[in-house]
Design a binder for this molecule. Sequence first.
Ligand code: ISL
Length: 547
Amino acid sequence: MAANYKKDTIVYQIYPRSFQDTDGDGIGDLRGIISRLDYIAELGVNTIWLSPVYVSPDDDNGYDIADYKAIQPRFGTMEDFEELVEKAKERGIGIVMDLVINHTSDEHEWFKRALAGEQKYKDYYIIKRGENGKLPNNWGNFFAECPWTKFGDSEEEYYLHLFSKKQPDLNWHNPAVLEEIKDIMRFWLDKGVVGFRCDVINVIYKNSLSNGKKQLVLTGREHYLSTEGCHEILKTLRREVLEPYGAWAVGETVFVDIPGAKDLCAPKRGELDMVFSFQHMEVDQVFVKWFKTRLKPKKLMKTLTKWQKGLDWNAVYFENHDQPRFISRFADLGPYRKEASTMMAGLLMSLRGTPFVYEGQEIGMVNGDFKKLDEVMDIESHNIYAMAKKLLIPNPIRWKMIKRTSRDNARTPMQWSAEENAGFTEGKPWLKVNGNYKEVNAAAEMTKENGILAFWKKMIALRKTNQILMEGHFKSVYAGKQVYAFERKKGGKSLVAVCNMTGRSAKLPKRVIRKSGVKKGSSIVVSNYDACDELVLKPFEFRLLER
Ligand code: ISL
């Protein structure tokens, strides 16, 4: 692990668009975040990851950057940003920026100058001729589009975009691109940010542009996933940029397996500090993420265990701006929203690694209650819907797909109060507020001593102060149809975390009884129920036991 790495880091991810609006335009802003810093500090986290706040035409809500060194006017000014960094720092909170460097926006100056014919900037992008009227290769695209779009008025030239056509991929074979990005990173580090979350970082360097092996999704990916070139770039960025500032980096690494993740974040490699892996997010998917089935807890447990054992340190998360709300994925959530959310809190804070909490997760927000496609804004959802239509998938199935998997499920405005628009905005929210806001909101939670938010705070506080949770080794104890149990061990001391991942009560398995010393006077450090039955776990019960 890099020297600057901190075992007590707990991150809160903010999707600025949806967090808090202060100027009535229906879109969250930096002043909104500043106004909520006390709330965030009280939650107990010490780091904020800001999804992109740079100038952007918002084709992909800021993940298409038109100016890396300026703040999106809709979000505020550079002064607001500086104030945010300062005020966060006063509260012991560091800011992590989202670094999107696989692609820029097509409205970035570099791309515009490339289009205007400046060779220097054409070399910043991946531009290739198609032969005999054909596309340059057979690759796929993350957003179910064609990854090649005609370059300007050219008849033969195309540019590559693994995401939307407004997100042209950068050419990482060009050393000038690396220099530009180093400069951008230093710009933000000089403003006091503590690190970066690196967007799709393991796809940036394309080995070759030749045809790929046919795949259900993303044909061609073998040419760019975690290539040697990418490793080299990460090493350079660590050595020359991160290290001198004592900054850290978490990489979003798609399609990564354990050996691949090790190569990207093992301390001796000097690349990333940790990675977001996806396998535990895929336990309820059928081939592709747009088809979901019931979540089978055992599969989730096995995947978590595999990663806990496989890597020394994980970036642990269950929600972010790309995933449906996690508790909505339990097929039988029923009346147990509070229990499921608090169990998740217990689990998240008990696993080994750096925990990431996504805005609204701490008050048990659930999937958006969209009724029709018009209410969904996400480019990916619209593209998938269109593709499914082309494939003649009937409308009700198409809609079900989108409703369950849309990234907008987690992007609905933060529910602050029972006031109009959940206290998110005085204007018209850019995305529909979930109709349950009168019941599910932060203000209501703040009045409850025993509520969801209170439990998240309790778990975060424990995670920050308990050496075993912070540093202890992970040992699996049990993974069954309902119950997940694991041990954290340090210096002869151990804690056993026990989760019932279903809405039905469950007997405490014998192995768990033995390992946790339940019958030998072990004590409950924390639980999400007031009273626990010694040998039976209630629906979505979480217990942390000390032997
Ligand atoms: O969830 C996904 C993979 O199964 C993809 O939809 C997602 O696009 C991928 O995880 C990459 O995500 C990141 O880069 C995208 C941006 O749209 C996402 O919001 C971001 O998190 C392009 O910049």
